[in-house]
Design a protein around this ligand. Structure first.
Ligand SMILES: NC(=O)c1ccc[n+]([C@@H]2O[C@H](COP(=O)([O-])OP(=O)(O)OC[C@H]3O[C@@H](n4cnc5c(N)ncnc54)[C@H](O)[C@@H]3O)[C@@H](O)[C@H]2O)c1
Length: 363
């Protein structure tokens, strides 16, 4: 068990996103304690440990055998998530994984079942539904602002990852691509608010098959894109509402941003699916202009990377399930894979997963 009240954590994977996670964790010493970190590349774990004042574990076993570690934070690349999470659960640790939970339905389900069998908590990114703006959007829907929900749409036009990420190859390979890597953000919000998706259709294509790394030690190196880099999905939710979701590593600048939810009496909109301080707007049917809905609480600016960890740490202490659960993440994975399959098959694909709705933060 960790010292004091703070939940002790080990980070597995010390790449690009580990720094923002660590900075954010260090801002919450009462709740979260970074015990140590491990990376396949030893120097990465060592320089991370020096910078953030924690141990550098020499192996995964060492991280998993530390009694100070209650929660493993899986920040490895997409295709490593399932095996790292499995090992951590088998070692008796709670886990929060970066997205996707896994890259196949079989692995995703096996992780959810393993956590349940071992009575351990399994949480997974995205956790953006925990943001103040996204909670405000959700409460407005629950309060009947748009009436009966009929249609929802979302766009994640994420642009050219290789322009800023020093190791972008994994983002353009099977197991990632824009739907699994960033389409999951609005799916976290939409499925939390509207519930599970029943069936999907899709259109996915590789529009820029060769890319060039724009920064870091591999700058100038070309690589092949081996999974579609632009994906459009059509969703049918179990509650009967229709939806559309576009996710792209091609389109960058776009007026299509955010999430919209239309019901019998109007449309609600969050300008950004991810920023916790996104404006939330409402326009009733028959009116021309949006009006701003006040956020339920003072928002964090942008994305607070420790928000999902704070929730699962609280869940560990209270013996409840994390709000961003493995079960919901497994459904989101199923939605993403099904959209890609629907594109290949040229027909509708029905989903095989569902999940229990999370509890809102603001009732
Ligand atoms: N970079 C971002 O802005 C960002 C934002 C949100 C979420 N994420 C997610 O975070 C995850 C990591 O992204 P990143 O950008 O930090 O990637 P990255 O490639 O920069 O870092 C991944 C690290 O994991 C290590 N690793 C891989 N397999 C491992 C294993 N089995 N054991 C230990 N270490 C292992 C690699 O050596 C590397 O250092 C991805 O799932 C990504 O979707 C990234």
């Amino acid at each position: 068990m960790g010292k004091g009240k703070a939940v002790g954590m080990a980070f597995i994977g010390c790449g690009n996103i580990s720094g923002p996670y660590a900075e954010s964790v260090l801002a919450h010493p009462e709740e979260l304690r970074l015990v140590g970190a491990y990376d396949l590349v030893r120097e990465r774990a060592e320089s991370f440990a020096r910078k953030y004042g924690c141990a550098a574990f020499g192996s995964m076993e060492q991280a998993l055998s530390s009694d100070d570690v209650e929660l493993v934070v899986n920040l490895t690349i997409h295709t490593a998530h399932a095996q790292v999470t499995k090992r951590a659960l088998e070692a008796g640790k709670h886990v929060h994984s970066e997205k996707p939970l896994a890259t196949s339905r079989e692995d995703g389900k096996a992780l959810v079942d393993l956590a349940s069998k071992k009575k351990l908590l399994l949480g997974c990114s995205p956790f953006v539904i925990l943001g103040e703006a996204q909670q405000t959007l959700w409460k407005a829907v629950r309060d009947g602002t748009v009436g009966r929900v009929l249609y929802a749409s979302a766009d994640m036009m994420h642009g050219r990852i290789e322009s800023w990420h020093p190791s972008p190859e994994a983002f353009y390979a099977p197991g990632a691509g824009p739907m699994l890597d960033v389409g999951c953000y609005p799916l976290n919000v939409l499925t939390s608010i509207l519930g599970p998706v029943r069936s999907v259709r899709g259109q996915a294509k590789t529009l820029i098959p060769k890319r060039e790394i724009g920064s870091g030690p591999k700058k100038g190196k070309a690589f092949d894109v081996t999974t579609p880099d632009h994906v459009d999905g059509i969703l049918e939710f179990s509650n009967g509402a229709m939806g559309r979701l576009s996710a792209s590593f091609v389109v960058e600048k776009s007026a299509h941003t955010g999430i919209e939810i239309t019901g019998s009496s109007g449309t609600l909109r969050a300008d950004s699916p991810v920023d916790f301080d996104s404006p939330v707007l409402f326009c009733p049917i028959g009116k021309r202009d949006w009006s701003t809905i006040p956020l339920l609480a003072k928002p964090y600016r942008g994305v607070e990377w420790s928000r999902g960890l704070l929730d699962i740490a609280d869940a560990i202490k209270k013996g409840r399930q994390p709000r961003c659960s493995g079960e919901q993440a497994n459904h989101i994975l199923d939605v993403c894979l099904s959209i890609l399959e629907a594109s290949e098959l040229g027909r509708e694909v029905r989903l095989s997963t569902t999940f229990k709705a999370p509890e809102p933060v603001y009732k």
